[in-house]
Design a protein around this ligand. Structure first.
Ligand code: E4P
Length: 217
C-alpha cells in the first residue's frame, strides 16, 4: 500500500518525507487555503521535495477551463498529478489528459458508479472520500470494498486512493480491503506507529540493558 500525505504544509511534508515511507502528496483548494501560500509556489516546493505524484487540483468547473488550468499545473513539475472533480466535465478532462500522458486523480468520489466512470476515463487514481461518507452515517469502507470488486472484475488499472481518512482504523480497513493508496493528514500517518505496549516494552528493555553496564558501540 502506498502512503500519501494529505496536506500543503511544507514542514509536515518534509518531516514525513524524511522517514522514507512517503509515496506522494495530495492537496486540494481547502488545503492550499489553510497553508496560506500561493498555489504555484507551494506546489513547486512540494514537487521538488517529494519524488512521487503530487496531486494539484483544478478549480474550473467547465472542460475547456479545466484543460487550461491543467496545462498550467502540469508545467510545475514532472510529478504533478492533475486532480479533477468527479463531474462529467472532470471525466472528459481526465480522459483527454490521461490520453496525453498526464497522471490524473479524480476526486470527490462518493459512489461505485462514479468510480466506474473514473476508471473508464482512464484515471491514474480515483479518490473515494471515506470520512465524509461516515459523517453522513454511511459506511465509507463499503464504498472502497465495492470499488475494489468492480476494478478487479474488469482489471481496471486505476488505483484506489482512499481519501478523507480520519482515523488509524480507516487506514487498517482500507489496507484489509486492498485499497492501493491511502492519503491521510500528517497526524494520522504519525499515529500509525503508536502502541502503548511498544512504549512499555521498550522502556523495560532499556532499563534492563542499563543494568548490564554494556554498550554495543
Ligand atoms: C483527498 O485528496 C482530499 O484532499 C482529502 O482526503 C479530503 O479529506 P477531508 O474530507 O478530511 O477534507
Amino acid at each position: 500500500m502506498k502512503f500519501f500525505v494529505d496536506t500543503a504544509d511544507i514542514k509536515e511534508i518534509a518531516e514525513m518525507n524524511d522517514t522514507g515511507l512517503l509515496d506522494g502528496v495530495t492537496t486540494n483548494p481547502s488545503l492550499i487555503m489553510k497553508s496560506g501560500r500561493d498555489i504555484m509556489e507551494v506546489t513547486k516546493e512540494i514537487c521538488d521535495l517529494v519524488e512521487g505524484p503530487v496531486s494539484a487540483e483544478v478549480t474550473a468547473t467547465e472542460y475547456a477551463d479545466m484543460m487550461k488550468e491543467a496545462a498550467v499545473l502540469a508545467k510545475i513539475a514532472d510529478n504533478i498529478c492533475i486532480k479533477l472533480p468527479l463531474t462529467m466535465d472532470g471525466l472528459k478532462a481526465c480522459k483527454a489528459l490521461t490520453s496525453d500522458g498526464h497522471k490524473t486523480n479524480v476526486t470527490l468520489c462518493f459512489s461505485a458508479n462514479q468510480a466506474l466512470l473514473a476508471a473508464k476515463a482512464g484515471a491514474t487514481f480515483v479518490s473515494p472520500f471515506i470520512g465524509r461518507l461516515d459523517d453522513m452515517a454511511v459506511d465509507g469502507m463499503d464504498l472502497i470494498a465495492d470499488i475494489r470488486i468492480i476494478y478487479d472484475n474488469y482489471d481496471f488499472k486505476t488505483e484506489i486512493l482512499a481519501a478523507s481518512i480520519r482515523t488509524v482504523d480507516h487506514v487498517k480497513q482500507a489496507a484489509l480491503i486492498g485499497a492501493d493508496v491511502v492519503t491521510a493528514p500528517p497526524a494520522t500517518l504519525k499515529a500509525l506507529v503508536k502502541h502503548p505496549l511498544t512504549d512499555k516494552g521498550l522502556a523495560a528493555f532499556l532499563a534492563d540493558w542499563a543494568k548490564t553496564g554494556q554498550s554495543i558501540t
